[in-house]
Design a protein around this ligand. Structure first.
Ligand code: C2E
Ligand code: MG
Ligand code: MG
Ligand code: MG
Length: 280
């Protein structure tokens, strides 16, 4: 009987794996189709200067509305898109959509804001700077209105090549920020060589403020690293006035989080802009 249970267990396990693989293949082909059929959209989350509450930009975050499964969060499909390489096409779609939106806002006369686009390590190739320049030009956008958020995983291989790509992006006037800072493994000795505008304190550290002494220490340390290296620093995932207070006292420049706004569909974001819902 015991053997039977084990055999069942093994069978169940492999069936499970099989289902996992099938599920991934379904998501992958679904995502491939989603790139062309309007199931992807961008939501926009505002970023603010702590000193005066001024709106300084918005992060574009991709959303996938699946006809049967509803909203699938990026955490479920971005890693898969990265593993399969599909993230390159996804990234092209995101840059295109963000620039189209920025142009629409510009033409509609709404206050111009810098839009930040997340870029995966696999998209960070020597072809990226020209693609960025071409896209900006096609939409008639000033480079200063685009920011690219990259993660530490982008910086892990072939540093000189990465710096070359970064330089060709920032030379255009597009800014770079280092997302999820402190969660990956980046070398501080390289950090000073990167032409980066802003460090983003990861939400996992912000969450522990003000009660977790370690998270507070890490956040303060990231802020002083940024200050020493003459970078700006933004905290993501700010949800409470206590977190905001701590960050303000610690010298953080900018904030982003549910305390101010969740990521919003473009129409809602535009309405908030027009109604000046956010303190200027
Ligand atoms: P990220 O770039 O670090 O984005 C921040 C995430 O934190 C977003 O999750 C945002 O909705 C969420 N967030 C912001 N403020 C708060 C808060 O106060 N509380 C909580 N609980 N969450 C907050 P989202 O949109 O689910 O995206 C998750 C990740 O997926 C992003 O992390 C980014 O790494 C990736 N991602 C999203 N859109 C894109 C994209 O267009 N391209 C690429 N390559 N990656 C993307
Ligand atoms: Mg980001
Ligand atoms: Mg982030
Ligand atoms: Mg994050």
């Amino acid at each position: 009987a015991k053997q039977g249970v084990e055999a069942d267990g093994v069978e169940f396990y492999s069936e499970d794996m099989n289902q996992g693989m099938q599920e991934r293949m379904r998501i992958e082909s679904g995502l491939r189709q989603a790139l062309g059929n309007g199931q992807l959209t961008l939501h926009y989350q505002p970023k603010f200067a702590i000193a005066d509450g001024r709106l300084i930009g918005a992060e574009a975050l991709v959303r996938w509305t699946h006809p049967q499964r509803g909203l699938i969060p990026p955490a479920e499909f971005i890693p898969l898109a990265e593993a399969t390489g599909l993230v390159v096409q996804l990234g092209e779609w995101v840059l295109e959509a963000a620039c189209a939106q920025a142009q629409a806002w510009k033409l509609a006369g709404v206050q111009p804001i810098r839009v930040a686009v997340n870029v995966s390590a696999r998209e960070f190739t020597p072809a990226l700077p020209a693609r960025v320049a071409d896209t900006l030009q096609r939409y008639g956008l000033e480079p200063a209105w685009l920011e690219l958020e990259i993660t530490e995983s982008t910086l892990m291989h072939n540093i000189d090549r990465v710096i070359g790509i970064m330089d060709r992006i920032t030379a255009q006037g597009v800014t770079l920020s280092l997302d999820d800072f402190g969660t990956g493994y980046s070398s501080l000795s390289y950090l000073k060589r990167f032409p980066i505008d802003t460090l983003k304190i990861d939400r996992s550290f912000t969450t522990g403020i003000p009660n977790d002494a370690n998270d507070c220490a890490i956040a303060s340390t990231i802020i002083s690293i940024a200050q020493q290296l003459k970078h700006k620093v933004i905290a993501e995932g700010v949800e409470t006035p206590e977190q905001l207070g701590f960050l303000q006292r610690s010298g953080c420049d900018e904030v982003q989080g549910y305390l101010f706004s969740k990521p919003l569909p473009a129409e809602e974001f535009e309405r908030a802009l027009r109604e000046r819902s956010w303190a200027q």
